[in-house]
Design a protein around this ligand. Structure first.
Ligand code: PMP
Length: 427
């Protein structure tokens, strides 16, 4: 049994000693004290089905025994900086990770977060191409440091940064976008940005394959191949931000970009790579990787022995437990059930996503697509009381994000949909 301070006491401390900018999804925040696979437990031992932990980082499940064991064993042996000395754990993990990537993507730089990974990717693209301009997608999220905050294109996450040389392209959003599902049409905006807004040469194009923070928006089919072609013609590198969609989450593929049939020049990752451990990575080709030898570059803790041991165990668990296949099977089943719910409730305007990265957009009017913001908050709160945790996203705050740990089962999916159905029936 839990004997620590109550939720109210923690909240009081947090208000006094922690960042005032931290936010909660629930009116009364939960005090979570334990986690086991797809479940979380509060201070009273109450169990919650965690259908949002995947985004918070967890791919294999909370406290997966194999991942915990790898962390504990390595901590007993050595924890140190990644730089300075040789270490087998780090090199081993880099080799195993590189084996998961296509083409010539073979050189790994480890970081501590997704923001750091994207900052480094943008830096390498600028050095490699000698160009400065970056194109990112409206509604994308790439991080919150100076460069990545510029590439992020949702006003709520932007502070007063100088985003010199960043251009935000029209989002190929099949539900709300002006060209529907015609990826080729949206890509023409990239061509126009290059033509009208730059010297004709760009450093990079960066995008997620499925926008996570933006509310699970899967890029219109055909968009990435067309956009990549234009960027390459302008001398730029293509960066795939796989922080959310990577590591089997989309079910059909290990990496989100693969569904569009492209091979990026640089791939960035975080979150799922460590299944709960702070870890990120940039993977690129040997030629591009060379640019960082022009100066001294290091990251003290990126991919340190303990995090690398965890990352290696995560790759093993994903393979041994067929988690990508599970994401496909259970994700497809869950998406079908959510789509059935859409036929029942006018409130559900759109069900989308792939594998265990699903979005449900709520609208008060299907024609006008009026965001149902209050209903979204209300349903999330009620579902929490029924024991199901889901996330929220999109710049209008009206999209449920369903991104559970990849060990989610069909029974879990039924429970989630049952809770959503019951809550919606009471509105
Ligand atoms: N890229 C994407 C697609 C993300 O979703 C996030 C985090 N939400 C980041 C980058 C930044 O990662 P971090 O918070 O680890 O810096």
């Amino acid at each position: 049994p839990y004997e620590g301070p109550s939720g109210e006491e923690i909240l009081a401390k947090r208000k006094e000693f922690l960042s005032p900018s931290m936010f909660f999804f629930y009116k009364k925040p939960l005090n979570i004290v334990n986690g086991k696979m797809q479940y979380l437990f509060d201070e009273n031992g109450r169990r919650y089905l965690d259908a949002f932990g995947g985004i918070a980082t967890v791919s294999c499940g909370h406290c997966h025994p194999k991942v915990v064991e790898a962390i504990v064993n390595q901590t007993r042996k050595l924890q140190h900086s990644t730089i300075l000395y040789l270490n087998n754990t780090v090199a081993d993990f880099a080799e195993a990770l590189a084996a998961k990537l296509p083409g010539d993507l073979k050189v790994v730089f480890f970081t501590n977060s997704g923001t750091e990974a994207n900052e480094l990717a943008l830096l390498m693209a600028k050095l490699y191409t000698g160009n400065h301009d970056v194109i990112s997608l409206r509604n994308g999220y790439h991080g919150n440091a100076a460069g990545t905050m510029g590439a992020t294109a949702q006003s709520v996450w932007k502070f007063n940064v100088i985003q010199s040389g960043v251009h935000h392209a029209v989002n190929p959003d099949p539900y709300r976008g002006i060209f529907g599902s015609d990826g080729g049409m949206y890509a023409r905006d990239v061509e126009e940005i290059i033509e009208y807004g730059t010297s004709g040469n760009v450093a990079a194009f960066i995008s997620e394959a499925i926008q996570g923070v933006g509310g699970i928006v899967e890029l219109a089919p055909g968009y990435l191949p067309a956009a990549y072609k234009m960027v390459k013609n302008a001398g730029g590198l293509c960066i795939a931000d796989e922080v959310q969609a990577g590591f089997g989450r989309t079910g059909s593929h290990f990496w989100g970009f693969e569904a569009q049939g492209v091979v990026p020049d640089i791939v960035t990752m975080a979150k799922g790579i460590g299944s709960g451990i702070p870890l990120g990575a940039v993977v690129t080709t040997p030629r591009i990787a060379e640019v960082l030898t022009q100066r001294s570059y290091f990251n003290t803790f990126g991919g340190n022995p303990v995090c690398s041991a965890a990352g290696r165990a995560v790759l093993d668990v994903i393979a041994e437990e067929n988690l990508q296949q599970n994401a496909l099977t259970v994700g497809t089943y869950l998406k079908n059930s959510l789509t059935a719910l859409q036929h029942k409730y006018q409130l559900i305007g759109n069900v989308r996503g792939r594998g265990l990265m699903l979005g449900v957009e709520l609208v008060t009017d299907r024609e006008l697509k009026t965001p149902a913001k209050l209903e979204t908050l209300h349903i999330m709160d009620q579902m929490k009381d029924l024991g199901v945790l889901i996330g929220k996203g999109g710049c209008r705050g009206n999209v449920f994000r369903i991104t559970p740990p990849l060990c989610f089962t069909k029974e879990d999916a039924d429970f989630l949909v049952g809770a959503m159905d019951y809550t919606m029936s009471k509105i």
